[in-house]
Every structure is written in C-alpha cells, then in structure tokens.
Ligand binder design. Structure first.
Ligand code: HEM
Length: 415
C-alpha cells in the first residue's frame, strides 16, 4: 500500500468484491468494496462513522474545523449555513464567471507563440481562479498571488505529511514548515475577511453570504469563517482541475469520443433526450476511471456488521472510488473509457459510482464542480483540438487527489 497504493487496490479487486480486512503496520482496517457496503457506511448507518482518524487530523492542521474535517453537531450546523450558497439557483451566477474565466484562458492560448500548453498547470490555474472569484471576487492567480502561492506550498507540505512514514504524532521537520505555511495562508485569509468586514456591501459572493449566514446561535466566528473559506478553496480547486486534466487525457487517447464531443459542442444548446449531455457523460466516465478523491476513510464508532462481516468498534474503514468504480464485478468492460454508459441511464446513487462521496456528507460543491467542468470542457473542445505530446498510458500519481503523473503537454490546433 505504501509503495504503490493503486497497484495494491487493484490486487485487492482481483480477489475480493465485498469487504476485505487489510493490515498496515499497527493499523487494521476494513476496505468496503461492494456498493452495499459503501452505502452502509456513507448513508444507511452514517451516524456510526466519524472522521476522527489520522488522515483527517492531518488535514485539520491546515483546514482547522472546516466542513470537510468537522464532525457531529458542529458539522451539521455549518453544513446548514453553507449549503444554501451552493443551491442550483446560485449556480447561474457562477456560470457567468466560469465562462468568462475559461474564455480568457483560451484567448491567452490563442496568442501563445509555440501553441503548446501544459494542461495540468493550466487547469490548476483556471480552477483556482474560478473558485477564488466565486468565493471572494478575487483572482487568486493574479492580484492575490500570495494566496495562491501560500496555498500551493501548504498543499505540497500536507501531501508530504500524508505520505510520510512517520505516524502523525511523531514530529518530522516537515511539520514546522507546514505550520509556517499554514500561518501565512491563514494570515492572508484573515486579511481578506477583515477587508470585507470594513466594506461589507462591496460584493455578492460566497464570502459575503457566509458572513451574513445566521442560525439560532448567531453568525460564524471569525475563526470558523476562515476555516470554511480555506476548506472551500482547498477542496474546490485541485479536485476539479484533476478531473478536467484526466478528461482531456482520455479524449486525446480516444479520438472517436473526442469527435463525437466536438460535434455536440458545436451545437451547444443540444442535449441528449434524457438530459444528460455528452459533455457531462464524458466527465462522469473520466471521473469513474480517475476519481480525484480516490480514497477516504471513516472510523467505526461502535462495533457494526456489514454484509455479514464484523467491523470492530474504533476501527478504520476505507472507502475507495478507485476500487469500486473500476471493479469488474460491478462494471462491464470496467477499464474501458466508454462515456455512453452514462447516457440514456439516469443514474441514481447506487454506490457503484460515488466520485463525490455520498449520504449527508456528499460533496457540497458537486453541482458547482460539474457545472464548472462542463463549461470548461465545452469551451476548450469548441475552440481547440489538442494534440498530445506525451505517450499513453499516462500513469496516475496518487497524492491527496489522484493526479496524472508528469507534465501533460499538448499542441493546440485552433478549430
Ligand atoms: C470534481 C471535483 C470534486 C470532487 C471529485 C470532490 C469530491 C469530494 C468527496 C469524495 C467528498 C466527500 C469526502 C468524505 O466523505 O470524506 C467531498 C466533500 C466536500 N467537498 Fe468536494 N469534490 C469536488 C469539488 C468540490 C468543490 C468545487 C467544492 C467547493 C467549492 C468542494 C467542497 C467540498 C466540501 C466543503 C466537502 C465536505 C462536505 C461535508 O462533509 O459536509 N468540492 N468532495
């Protein structure tokens, strides 16, 4: 698992399709592979499963008690305050800024003298810009570049901490650097919040909505607000960037699928009869094979039983979209890129497919992310054909998100 986690998960999938107990050094965990087992943990018996585990504790060093890392009644309170800002009706407003941001990126691409881009870098920059504008009406890649830099640095150091061999309670030199980067990052967010407080009527963005949000206990504390802002930026940009980068890789590897998509994008108002556009289906299929959040965990609070297997109280349960979404027991031609499987079938959440998690802790930004990915992909495909300058298959780099390994250089051909 430590050496090559994805190969390890693939090996598990060869031999098991329900649940399997895995031992790492001092920790024993159960991997929930079967969709029913995943549903049990994320939905049916979710109150028995908490996030009080080392991976979330590491994330808390940077994100504090934001929505992703919080738990229990505090989490519920925050979720109720934040969710309205992500309602479908709010998305319309974000769509406009998403379209503008991607068109500006494509204008810049048009002017490149060598017509070569690294799509990994470009998608990262674009999604950071979009989330920054939606959250605080700031271009985090431009004026507020300090924020972008501090965030990237924190992200890097967090990933090192995650994959360090030392257990979380054993200090390593990286911890000090991480603490320093987090302090800097929090300082920048605090400044943004203070700026907004002195000018509250300035903007109608997510930050101002979170500042106005009230429940029976009143408004969020300054610290909570900062944790939430950081969480939304961190959870909201790398995931979407990774999904988009993999989608462009898959389209480059499957020219027929790209042509079909180009045809759809030339008539952007056309959707397929059941309302699932091909653009959306291509993204969904890409996230099936390359789920950005490829593994996450829960702690069983009390002893439990799942599909006849005992889950000891206090033990760790692993949930991995990589494992379930690519498993031949649940998917035909499981490893093939076939967007058509998402067309014509309105998919309920049957937990064969859960790139955004599920149950009450379903990703709060799922609709935002899908709208963003559709707008960005549609715009790219309508203006450029991308010729890959790397060879296939592209290897996966399992960091906090599942990234494509190496630079992804493409030559641009304007259409
Ligand atoms: C393709 C893009 C994305 C993917 C694959 C993704 C995936 C996920 C997953 C799997 C979870 C559940 C984790 C768990 O249960 O432990 C989650 C939670 C979350 N995501 Fe996303 N996410 C994406 C985009 C976004 C965006 C755009 C935002 C915000 C702008 C966001 C904010 C959050 C937050 C705040 C949570 C915690 C929700 C809670 O526990 O109440 N995500 N995401």
């Amino acid at each position: 698992m430590e050496r090559d986690p994805l190969a390890f998960l693939d090996k598990i999938a060869q031999d098991y399709s329900r649940l399997v107990r895995v031992r790492f050094a001092v920790i024993t965990a159960t991997a929930a592979i079967h969709p029913h087992a995943v549903e049990h943990v994320l939905q049916k018996n979710h109150t028995n499963y908490s996030k009080e585990l080392f991976d979330y504790k590491i994330l808390r060093r940077a994100l504090g008690r934001g929505l992703l890392t919080n738990d229990g009644p505090d989490w519920l309170r925050q979720r109720r305050m934040i969710q309205p800002a992500f309602q479908k009706s709010r998305l319309e407003q974000y769509r406009t800024l998403m379209s503008r941001a991607v068109q500006e990126m494509l204008d810049r691409w048009s002017a490149l003298p060598d017509a070569i881009v690294d799509v990994g870098v470009e998608m990262h920059r674009l999604t950071l810009r979009i989330v920054g504008e939606a959250l605080f009406s700031l271009d985090l890649t431009g004026d507020a570049v300090v924020f972008g830099e501090a965030l990237n640095r924190t992200n890097e150091l967090l990933a090192k901490r995650f994959f360090s061999k030392a257990p979380p309670f054993v200090p390593i030199p990286n911890d000090l650097r991480l603490a320093f980067a987090v302090r800097r990052l929090r300082g920048v967010v605090d400044q943004m919040i203070a700026g907004r407080r002195s000018n509250p009527e300035d903007q109608d963005d997510l930050l101002s909505r979170l500042m106005r949000a009230r429940d029976e206990r009143g408004a969020m504390s300054a610290r909570q607000l900062r944790d939430e802002i950081l969480t939304l930026v961190a959870a909201g940009h790398e995931t979407t960037a990774t999904a988009l980068a993999w989608t462009l890789v898959e389209l480059a590897a499957h020219p027929l699928e790209r042509e079909r998509l180009e045809q759809e994008c030339q008539k952007p108002t056309e959707t397929l009869p059941d309302g699932v556009s091909r653009t959306r289906a291509v993204i969904q299929e890409s996230m099936r094979l390359h789920p950005p959040a490829w593994i996450f965990s829960r702690k069983a609070i009390q002893e439990d039983e799942i599909m006849g297997h005992r889950i000891p109280g206090g033990s760790m349960v692993l949930i991995s979209p990589w494992l379930t979404q690519r498993h031949p027991a649940f998917w035909e031609n499981a490893r093939a890129f076939q967007p058509d499987r998402f067309i014509g079938k309105q998919r309920g959440t049957d937990y064969r497919y859960f790139p955004f998690g599920g149950g009450p802790r379903l990703c709060v930004g799922a609709d935002f992310a899908m709208a963003e990915a559709e707008i960005v992909l549609g715009a790219i495909v309508s203006r450029f054909r991308l010729e890959p300058l790397f060879s296939f298959p592209v290897r996966s780099r399992p960091m906090i998100t599942l990234q494509p390994a190496g630079p992804l250089h493409f030559r641009l051909h304007a259409l």
